[in-house]
Design a protein around this ligand. Sequence first.
Ligand code: ADP
Ligand code: MG
Length: 345
Amino acid sequence: MRKFKTESKKLLDLMINSIYTNREIFLRELISNASDAVDKLYFKNLTDKSIELSKDELAIQVSFDKDARTVTVSDSGIGMTKDELDRNLGTIAHSDSMAFKMENDEVQGDDVDIIGQFGVGFYSSFMVGKSVRVVSKAYGSDEAWAWESDGVEGYTIEPAERAEHGTDVIITLKDNTDEDSYDGYLSEYGLKDLVKRYSNYVRYPIRMEVTKSRELPKPEDAGDDYVPQFENYQELDTVNSMIPIWKRRKSEVDQEEYNEFYKTDFHDFADPARTISVHAEGALSYDALLFVPSRAPFDLYSRDYQKGLALYSSNVLIMEKCEELLPDYYNFVHGVVDSQDLQLN
Ligand code: ADP
Ligand code: MG
């Protein structure tokens, strides 16, 4: 068994033992990682002509198994090598923000706030899981590896099988207790609801096996008293809307939706103080969605703080932080600018 690094252990401890009630965000975190992984493969595809990707290949799937008490998030993204599994999942990923907080000894604060502020990431799966297994095959590699852990001391990495490139994160849910039930994550309705609430604007289809009902064909010899018969069947459905929130008119969007988008994408715990939506058409057309945080970003005065807006061209992320879009005196503003008039490079 490999041991977790000290920082990782601290965060895992917090995660597993805290009284943080908003555990359901684990799904958002895993979907966001899946979406990042698909993005990475997509970008690679833009620059490397030897890769052939069909659009249909770029997807995320959420599923569950009631008997095994597992929830699985799968993606057809770039995947991880054995080394990357070790490095990315064995060490805390938010090392910048976490290290900053630890250096400044702020971590002793309130658990709830800490978890909220960090945007928690992969380790949030241990808020609901008693063990987590990650099976991954890196793009271009012919071997798959499985990372597995109960989130306490360490983890194992062993050879595994996976047909194609991509990653499956398989969470074995904790047992229900008198206070907490995890059964909501083992239902179609429960998971679908979470996907819609937290991950509706993810750019790739998030698919789920859903139960539908259809009418059976009427038998030829059916009499006048025939009553239509129905059967249930399962079908893979895309659950998220995929239409970016910044493309929609302000009048069509609830403030609640803006708030969720803001908190998810910009890793804030609190709702924004202001939401500004702009749609411009002319020589240069663009959609912009800007947020004024309700408090200063915790690392605003650190050397590593980077101002800037996310820049998209037709829903495709070009730059995470485009500095030129913000004057210094608005360095605390978060947001997105999307223009189809920009070249991808
Ligand atoms: P973050 O997403 O902020 O980097 P996470 O804790 O969510 O932090 O994830 C840690 C790292 O693990 C990611 O940066 C990525 O390198 C890797 N990772 C997690 N999930 C996946 C996945 N589904 N496919 C490929 N890499 C992943
Ligand atoms: Mg993440």
